[in-house]
Design a protein around this ligand. Structure first.
Ligand code: BES
Ligand code: MN
Ligand code: MN
Length: 456
């Protein structure tokens, strides 16, 4: 639509300036020393939604970080799209590995470098600007509701409560989210699923205090060694996970479904080169696309214990710990998997140590039905602006609230992400392409247009 194009060309630079301003606010949800910044970011989002033309915009307090809500209802008879995103970001550390400040966005090689640029400020902000485009040109084809939260990166526990308490206000026909990746701008794709998550922490305790490793070493079990052995035993020689019952409910895909997934372009040599590894690793019998999309996994996110400071210290530590997460696929239940993990970890612990297992948080996997009218609308929108339709993919990451949208609100979710896997999410030098940002703003209005038309 020419009016959209004209509006977006005119306001292009301002759109970017506003995003950079949001990126300067260190809204790190995991670290309470940033609570004020998280709040300030919520206020900034509120202001931008109001300016864009949203009504009833509100910063809704929760037991944790606030949720920003806003809406524009043009006609109750028209369909309503609920746009979800998150303004919180992951911690920026290790800071020394950033080439520029994580909260001092810079543009280099046509990419915006900053924490949150792709995950998710740069992506949810495309929706605010797409909405502005439609609102200011009087071309909104349907009703829109925005719900932008501040706790996605820490598990969305308070958003879960919020949606249960606000079912009427959140009434909609579909949820639209840009918080995933596509293959590339040349090969657009749409994620048709997200993995679930079960996040655990384990602590292994040996002797009641740190010991001189010469005086006691050899006579007392070293909890760091034991922990490593226990963790290593959780994958077998085929890289299957050894927790009894772990795969019992895993949905196996048909050969046709697997073939369809594997038809997506994938350049293994480029993938390895980008990551600096000589060989890939994973569950035997599955391709890389399958290993990161339709198969469950177990990862150590962090492991510590004993002396890790400068120089050397001879010590047999009293304790060793690890944070372990499992990505889950349909129909695994995260609470069940957490319980299986705990029982197994306690069972394989030798008598020489004591173990403590705690659950941090979790979330269910999700699959978008590709025959849903909104999935068709998203495909058509991509076709309109990319010149070709999207390749359906399964996203490896998790957005735990998505399964609750279905359970609590009865809503399906469309994952229309414009990022790239190589955007360094959760890692130093996170980036988001300017072209991705602008392409998203261009594409999103078409989603609303086609969704409204196809829903008639
Ligand atoms: N945006 C990501 C999820 C994502 C990334 C999905 C890439 C698909 C592709 C989201 O912000 C995220 O990082 N989620 C966390 C889960 C959360 C409970 C900490 C994740 O996946 O680790
Ligand atoms: Mn995200
Ligand atoms: Mn994230």
């Amino acid at each position: 639509m020419q009016v959209w194009k004209d509006y977006q060309v005119t306001h292009k630079d301002r759109f970017l300036e506003e995003l950079l301003e949001l990126l300067r606010i260190p809204s790190v949800s995991a670290d309470s020393s940033f609570s004020k910044d998280v709040k300030a970011c919520a206020e900034a989002v509120k202001l931008r939604l109001q300016e864009a033309g949203a009504e009833k915009v509100e910063v809704c307090p929760t037991a944790g970080h606030p949720i920003v809500y806003g809406e524009k209802i043009i006609d109750p008879a028209l369909p309503t799209v609920l746009v979800y995103g998150h303004y919180d970001v992951q911690p920026a550390d290790p800071l020394e590995l950033w080439n520029s400040g994580p909260f001092e966005p810079v543009i280099k090689d046509e990419k915006i470098y900053a924490r949150g640029s792709a995950d998710d400020k740069g992506q949810f902000y495309m929706h605010v600007k797409a909405f502005e485009t439609m609102a200011k040109t009087n071309t909104l084809p349907c009703n829109i509701k925005f719900m932008i939260e501040g706790e996605e990166e820490v598990g969305s526990a308070n958003l879960g409560i919020f949606i249960k308490e606000n079912k009427e206000r959140l009434k909609a026909d579909v949820v639209l989210i840009s918080d995933t990746a596509m293959l590339s701008l040349e090969n657009p794709s749409l994620d048709t699923g997200l993995r679930g998550l079960s996040y655990m922490e384990v602590e292994v305790t040996g002797p009641n205090r740190d010991l001189h490793s010469g005086v006691y070493g050899g006579a007392v079990a070293n909890p760091a060694t034991i922990l490593c052995k226990m963790i290593a035993s959780m994958h077998d020689e085929n890289n299957h996970i050894t927790i009894p019952g772990f795969y019992d409910k895993v949905q196996e895909l048909s050969k046709e479904e697997r073939d369809a997934l594997n038809a997506a372009p994938f350049d293994e040599a480029a993938y390895k080169a980008d990551l600096g590894v000589d060989e890939l690793w994973g569950e035997k019998g599955y391709t890389t696309i399958e290993r990161t999309g339709i198969r469950p996994t177990l990862e150590v996110n962090g492991i510590w214990g004993g002396y890790t400071g400068e120089g050397s210290k001879t010590v047999l530590p009293s304790k060793a710990s690890a944070k372990i997460s499992m990505r889950l696929v349909p129909n695994q239940d995260w609470k069940e998997i957490s319980a299986l993990f705990q029982a197994h970890f306690e069972k394989i612990a030798p008598k020489s140590v004591k173990v403590k297992v705690t659950t941090h948080h979790g979330g269910s996997p999700y699959v978008t039905p590709t025959d849903h009218v909104a999935f068709k609308a998203a495909s058509e929108a991509i076709k309109a602006t990319f010149g070709k339709g999207p390749i359906p993919m399964r996203g490896g990451g998790s957005i735990p609230i998505v399964a609750l949208f279905e359970k609590e609100l009865g809503l399906k979710t469309i994952l229309m992400g414009f990022g790239l896997d190589s955007d360094n999410l959760h890692s130093p030098n996170e980036k988001y392409g300017l072209a991705n940002f602008y392409k998203g703003i261009e594409t999103i209005p078409y989603f609303h247009k086609y969704f409204a038309e196809m829903s008639k």
